[in-house]
Design a protein around this ligand. Sequence first.
Ligand code: MTE
Ligand code: MO
Length: 331
Amino acid sequence: MLIKSKDKATPKSFEITPETSYWSRREWLKSAGILGAGLAAFGGAPLPAMAKDQNWQAILNDKLASSKKWPHSAQEELTPYKDVISYNNFYEFGTGKSDPVENSKDFKVDPWRVQITGEVGKPGHYTLEDIFRPHALEDRVYRFRCVEAWSMVVPWVGFPLGDLLKRFEPGSKAKYVRFETLVDPDRFPAQRFARSTIPWPYVEGLRMDEAMHPLTLMVVGVYGKTLLPQNGAPLRLMVPWKYGFKSIKSIVKIEFLEQEPDTTWQRLASREYGFYANVNPQVDHPRWSQKRERRLPNSIWDPNWVPTQKFNGYEEQVAPLYAGMNLRTHF
Ligand SMILES: Nc1nc2c(c(=O)[nH]1)N[C@H]1C(S)=C(S)[C@@H](COP(=O)(O)O)O[C@H]1N2
Ligand SMILES: [Mo]
């Protein structure tokens, strides 16, 4: 169990902006480009020809050094870095919370390709340099709520997933996006055993409008540094209004689909985990309440319970995605 740390982090570029920005729904939609011009096509660079592998870390380092503070960060105390990198769920490294930090020490990102496939104009196998190059990075502090009723406040570094997806030119039939994690028993020890805990690859999915929502982040760093393997290096999602299991790690495949894909946890226990998995204190997990959460760091003597908020506190921004939907049946 983790003990609450007394020392305060020194302010860095990723930290909290003063509450000067008033985050009204209207302001938000304007800044996200949803009002007025609408979702303008991403004006960034077209995809370059297959780039070399070795450059990605240097490119990422430059981008991390010049990342911009996002003006809408959560104004809450950050979960310390040591907790973010040592209390993890990443079943490819084992099911225990400390398995990922212990079993990922030798993890090598290279070589890495991301396959883009399905209902899309520019399918292919892309390098990390192809993926990163045109995107400016943002430091965004998000609340992060696991379905197991613990939570953190984390300064992620990334860029909007929608900006990346648009570069591949999704077709009109693309209604959903499906993501897969790497399968490689040499790099993920839990994949070496035939009788594994979950079927590989780990699979997640989003509806297209959820994937394009400006809050949905493609994460490449945390606390201003390159993402560590235990947090899903080199590329993981962060969908802050959904339970943590939607935020798939170490992505190697993005598929554009007409039909809703099957996802890992839904397949394993469809009564307990749905496709939507929106954080909702009014809809309990069949085995526990979702009304509150243990905010990390905590201890068994000081569980640090805080009330869970609908859509994890992002209701104003995302509720319109689910207008008219029954959130009890679509849990
Ligand atoms: N590939 C993969 N992605 C995954 C998981 C996993 O086991 N495998 N666990 C999920 C769950 S349940 C949570 S809570 C978050 C944990 O992210 P963190 O360890 O960076 O806090 O990752 C999610 N993404
Ligand atoms: Mo989770």
